[in-house]
Design a protein around this ligand. Structure first.
Ligand code: UTP
Length: 284
């Protein structure tokens, strides 16, 4: 069955980025000149996704406005003949009805956020994309959908052993292929309890049965309803696969990852590369 819908959970508080995120959604933080959430939506569209479901919360209306017309701005740019700039403000508009928004009334965790979108998913697999996990090249979701047949699939990457307690960590038998079978996963294990240093990063293709699990799931690590716990509890009933990401990933929910992403993406741009490189050389 084709994967045509993606959920973008954007209901979190973004506390690691305060005070910037007090009244502005974390997912609207820009990498160079584009907000994180736009990179995520573009990645989904490139993967063939047709319906974009955002799980929002109070204070996130900037995201809805970003994916809509801004008539005053557009008229102004048109009147001034700034056609390229105008096109850049319109490139995220999609056919009417492509974007849907559902509210998460309390930030009770990623699993809870996904569950809030349950009525918008029918009997079909769906993608989940975390905008603050920015993966260079923007082809991860496309690759995952291409390799998906059934069950659950999560994107994985190796992390420093010291950092396993910040991630969902998977256990696998055979590390030789790009797609690996997962036997077990643990959310935020201690270094001693971690079954590996292979961490789940923010891309998932999920079987809709996950909603049945999330419906009655207890709160786990950090007192939140964890998506990892729900996927983990299905192992044995439906297959679970890990897709090893090939490109560099930036944790833009952390200050360091956000800064690294900005520098990397700027260095990759023809209009910025040379001046930025020269300036970096003078300060390092
Ligand atoms: P994070 O844990 O990185 O985001 O969740 P956060 O909770 O907003 O950030 P900090 O830790 O307080 O700084 C990953 C993604 O899941 C969403 C977030 O908005 C983010 O895009 N999320 C998280 C929800 O939608 N709801 C939640 O209850 C928690």
């Amino acid at each position: 069955m084709k994967v045509k819908k993606a959920i973008f959970p954007v209901g979190g508080l973004g506390t690691r980025f305060l005070p910037a995120t007090k009244s502005m959604p974390k997912e609207m933080l820009p990498i160079v000149d584009k907000p994180l959430i736009q990179y995520a939506v573009e990645e989904a569209a490139d993967a063939g996704i047709e319906q974009f479901i955002f799980v929002t919360s109070r204070g996130k209306s900037a995201i809805e406005n970003h994916f809509d017309h801004s008539f005053e701005l557009e008229n102004n740019l048109l009147a001034k003949g700034k056609r390229d700039t105008l096109a850049s403000t319109q490139e995220m508009l999609k056919i009417p009805g492509s974007y849907a928004y559902v509210r998460q009334q309390e930030p009770a965790g990623l699993g809870h956020a996904i569950w809030c979108a349950r009525h918008l998913i029918q009997n079909e697999p769906f993608a989940v994309i975390l905008a603050d996990d920015l993966i260079f090249g923007q082809s991860t979701t496309k690759e995952m959908i291409k390799n998906y047949n059934s069950g659950n699939m999560v994107a994985i990457m190796e992390v420093d052993k010291q950092k396993v307690s910040s991630y969902g960590i998977v256990q696998i038998d055979n590390n030789d292929n790009d797609i690996v079978k997962i036997n077990q996963m643990i959310e935020k294990p201690s270094i001693d309890n971690a079954p590996s240093n292979l961490a789940i990063v923010g891309r998932y293709i999920l079987d809709n049965k996950v909603f049945d699990i999330l419906e009655s799931q207890e709160r786990g690590s950090s007192q939140e309803i964890q998506l990892t716990d729900a996927i983990s509890s299905q192992i044995g009933e439906i297959p679970c696969f890990g897709y090893k990401i090939k490109d560099e990933r930036f944790d833009c929910g952390s200050k360091l990852g956000f800064l690294q992403a900005n520098v990397s993406y700027a260095l990759n741009r023809n209009d910025l590369n040379s001046d930025l490189t020269n300036w970096l050389k003078t300060i390092i």
